[in-house]
Design a protein around this ligand. Sequence first.
Ligand SMILES: [Zn+2]
Length: 275
Amino acid sequence: MNPISYNYTPYSSYSYPYYSGRGLDVQNSYYEQPKESDSTSEQAAKTIGLAGLLQLLSVALQKGSSILSSKLAAGKEFTTPENVQRVADDMVSKNRLNVHIGYIDELNKAEYASRYGLGKSLDPVAKGQNAFFADKLRLAVAPKSKPSLILHELGHAINAKGKFTKLLQNSRRYAGYAPMALLFANGILSNKNDGKKTFIERNAGILGFCAFLPTIIEEGLASFRGVKAAKKVLNNPAGLKILKKNYALALGTYILAGIGLGVASKQTVLLDGKN
Ligand SMILES: [Zn+2]
């Protein structure tokens, strides 16, 4: 789960196999294969080693991400809710944002959910575990207990108004398909008989990470806009440091997710290469 996301799709529902268990699949498929020449088994042994490493890395990334998330959840607010609102008002008026801002708690979540047709999406927000901006609904919400997250969400609202930054924002929808897309492209491009690794086989990890890079950049930009506005409206350097730290933790979860997508891409392509 990610505390800061630009829409109300929970981060954890993204479709790439963050914990795919594919490393084990590779191992199984190897043992079921008939004995081949020595060099092929050597190659297979290397692949199993790599698959195991990737699986370990995938688990470590999940662990790291949940550590960052809980640190962020435990993070202090950098200023009072009234000051946050002053900064938010400044962002709205300077950028002519047509966005309703909601601070969600257990008391008002049902009313918001029915007004915007949000189902259960506000439950984690009320609990202080998520915040989001929904462009189509013209709505930005943050937990009442963590109002400062709204400045990041308004950063997304500003990004949604720019052509290029909107493109970055939309890329997130497709990033999760990177492993399957690479697999598909590799199927078209590879020549299984020549024994050489294709460009995609060699670079699946970095290519998968690159698919998530626009999302990481857009997230960073949303936070940057929030921090910039807070710096301008409030004269509170100590508080700003706290805000920056909280937003850095949030960005950290996205960087780890990008690495995770790279790992998942490598795993997917590696598995295919053994079949
Ligand atoms: Zn965000």
